[in-house]
Design a protein around this ligand. Structure first.
Ligand code: NAD
Length: 270
């Protein structure tokens, strides 16, 4: 396994970037697995990085359990106030997201598995049918009684108009963002699809994730066992570093354009 040290673009680091760029160029079925780290440059904090939401406030992790949300109106009211101010509403895709759009345009992106709920991959220009959202999206709400899904923006407009805990307009049930909370089951078909594409990859790029959240982190060993090269791009060590053929420890916004779109000029401000 080769490792790029975050301190620098020394000779060994440049060689490793060149080698991984070559792997990317040769691959035909690249699967990207993205986590919160790809969106921090867009102003959305991660959970477990040094400035992460849970690193700074461990109690926030407990508040986000499904059981607390469904049982306690005060938790829901606080959640709705938080949703109004979520950093995602102002966020724009960054150079990391744009690099994955360039990868798709080059015809080598087989699928993009994301743990993120911000939809910045689709907003950047990746095709929705390539993106597998294993933890859902905050841009929709779901009713816990009738299962109806509606745009988040409609619910937020009701909160802005004075409702503290808007109920489903169809059945009166509890509304929650259509994301997977702690204590909530994943959607089996979505996870199955993620694992299937991971097993089909010839190169797996794991980007901006601590790779600690299962079962999705299991996509990395699965791809490795099926013969894929594994490249990890993350500022910090991850739970899967031992499996990586190359570890690129540094800023995603610099590394991803270098390895995925070396000949492309990404749009200004991206
Ligand atoms: P995480 O918070 O566990 O880890 C993020 C990792 O990215 C950290 O190791 C951090 O050091 C690294 N990182 C952050 N910014 C970086 C940068 N610019 N360059 C290089 N590395 C960087 O993230 P996770 O593993 O995705 O798990 C968090 C869970 O919370 C996810 O499953 C997701 O559902 C959810 N989440 C989503 C968002 C989002 O949608 N943007 C944001 C926060 C959390």
């Amino acid at each position: 396994m080769s490792e790029l040290d975050p301190r620098g673009h020394d000779r060994a680091g440049a060689d490793l970037i060149a080698r991984v760029t070559d792997w990317v160029a040769q691959a035909r079925r690249i699967v990207a697995l993205t986590g919160a780290g790809i969106s921090t440059d867009s102003g959305i904090p991660d959970f477990r990085g040094p400035q992460g939401v849970w690193t700074r406030n461990p109690a926030a992790e407990k508040q986000s359990t499904l059981q607390n949300y469904l049982a306690d109106p005060a938790v829901r009211q606080a959640a709705w106030r938080g949703r109004l101010e979520h950093t995602a509403w102002q966020a724009r895709p960054n150079r990391g997201h744009q690099a994955l759009v360039a990868l798709e345009r080059s015809g080598r992106l087989h699928a993009l598995i994301t743990q993120n709920v911000d939809e910045l991959h689709q907003i950047a220009g990746n095709s929705p049918d390539k993106v597998i959202e294993v933890h859902g999206t905050i841009r929709r709400v779901m009713c816990w009684r009738c299962g109806q899904r509606t745009p988040m923006e409609q619910a937020l407009a009701r909160v802005r108009a004075g409702e503290t805990d808007p109920a489903c307009r169809q059945c009166g049930g509890i509304l929650k963002s259509d994301t997977i909370s702690f204590g909530q089951a994943l959607v089996p078909e979505v996870i199955d699809r993620a694992m299937t594409v991971a097993g089909e990859a010839d190169l797996l790029l794991a980007i901006g994730s601590t790779l600690q959240v299962y079962p999705v982190a299991g996509a990395v060993p699965l791809a490795a066992r099926a013969g894929a090269k594994v490249v990890i791009v993350n500022a910090e060590p991850t739970g899967m570093d031992d499996l990586a053929d190359a570890l690129l420890r540094g800023p995603i916004g610099e590394i991803l354009p270098a390895i995925c779109a070396p000949a492309e000029t990404l749009p200004p401000g991206a």
